[in-house]
Design a protein around this ligand. Structure first.
Ligand code: ADE
Ligand code: ZN
Length: 350
């Protein structure tokens, strides 16, 4: 073998080892919209099962429509896709398919978002949605040993009254829901709009999180912290526009649930090489890797880790630090956190 060929083969072996390492690395997901896991195949299957007409002729046509210019261009298509979800079994099947992917990707704990208003506005009762999701999460605990939590998000393009109504609907299911979040169109819908709803939700015992600093300004990160009193910021990558904020996020270890492939698809960054997640990790922020809406953005957890590693060349310790950060940021007991850390340690030692 010539030297160049030898070098190439060593390189390929290195690459294969790092793909295996990432694939098998225990992972924790903290930013995942269950409606964003609706793959085109399931969209068509459910449309047929439920007699819903789709504005597409084929799965290929659906995929071809996934060219987004910003967050809103994605949301328009994403809400349209959710129209096929009508019955408890639909929410079960959707959630179960995601959990099978988690199992493949070695996701050991996941905290998933759902958007009640996307369904209740179409006449689908709150309990139909939550019961389907909970049943799948319970089955995944039994079958795969995957633990989980549920966070319900308020749609920020809707009004405060609708958010209050949703909070009321959630109260009988409080034991299933760990927190409340805020998602949908960030521009034009600042945290202030939901200050009172979040205050009530926190009084009811829900932990708070909010999407902020994805497309919107740094002030949305400050206001989510100060007005909504969130325990994590979803996305938050625009924090780099304010050096003082970056320093304070590092000092407080306030978690940012970052979604690398999502950020590229929605043009928050032009290229993965320009993404700031590794820079933030090295500055000591509690950043985590997540998939957001994997059916729309081209990848689940392993794909997101691979994409970041491909452009930023991380050490194994740095890759594992993303999981450690996610364990630290998760909404589980200290005892459960320690169990997850032990699983990660065993993997790193093995
Ligand atoms: N809903 C689903 N995905 C979202 C995202 N990335 N930002 C805001 N709202 C969302
Ligand atoms: Zn999101």
């Amino acid at each position: 073998m010539t030297e160049i060929l030898q070098e190439k083969s060593v390189c390929l072996q290195d690459k294969e080892t790092s793909v295996n390492f990432i694939q098998q690395l225990p992972k924790v997901e903290l930013h995942l919209h269950i409606e964003g896991t609706l793959e085109p195949e399931m969209m068509f299957a459910l449309a047929e099962r439920n007699g819903v007409t789709l504005p597409y002729n084929s799965e290929e046509e659906v995929r071809a429509a996934y060219q987004f210019s910003n967050l809103q261009s994605f949301l328009d298509i994403y809400y349209q896709g959710a129209n096929v979800l009508l019955h408890e079994q639909d929410f079960y099947d959707l959630t179960w398919a995601y959990l099978e992917r988690c199992h493949q990707d070695n996701v050991i704990h996941t905290e998933i978002f759902f958007d009640p208003q996307t369904h209740t506005e179409r006449g689908v009762p709150f309990e139909v949605v939550i019961n389907g999701i909970v049943r799948a999460l319970d089955d995944a605990k039994d079958k795969f040993g995957i633990s989980s939590g549920i966070i319900m998000c308020f749609l920020r393009h809707l009004d405060e009254a609708s958010a209050f109504e949703t909070l009321d609907q959630a109260l009988p299911f409080k034991h299933h829901i760990v927190g409340v979040g805020l998602d949908s169109s960030e521009l034009g819908h600042p945290p202030e709009k939901f200050r009172r709803v979040f205050e009530k939700a926190r009084q009811e015992g829900f932990i708070a999180v909010a999407h902020a600093g994805e497309e919107g300004p740094v002030s949305n990160i400050y206001d989510s912290l100060e007005l909504l009193k969130v325990s994590r910021i979803d996305h938050g990558v625009r924090c780099v526009d304010d050096e003082e904020l970056v320093t304070s996020l590092a000092q407080s270890r306030m978690p940012l649930t970052v979604c690398p492939l999502s950020n590229i698809k929605l043009k928050v960054f032009d290229k993965m090489a320009q993404h700031n997640i590794v820079d933030l990790l090295r500055k000591g922020l509690c950043v985590t890797i997540n998939s957001d809406d994997p059916a729309y953005f081209g990848g689940y957890m392993t794909d997101n880790f691979l994409a970041v590693d491909h452009c930023h060349h991380l050490s194994r310790e740095e890759l594992a630090q993303f999981t450690l950060n996610a364990i630290e940021a998760s909404f589980i007991s200290e005892e459960q956190k320690q169990q997850l850390v032990d699983r990660l340690d065993a993997y790193m030692a093995g």
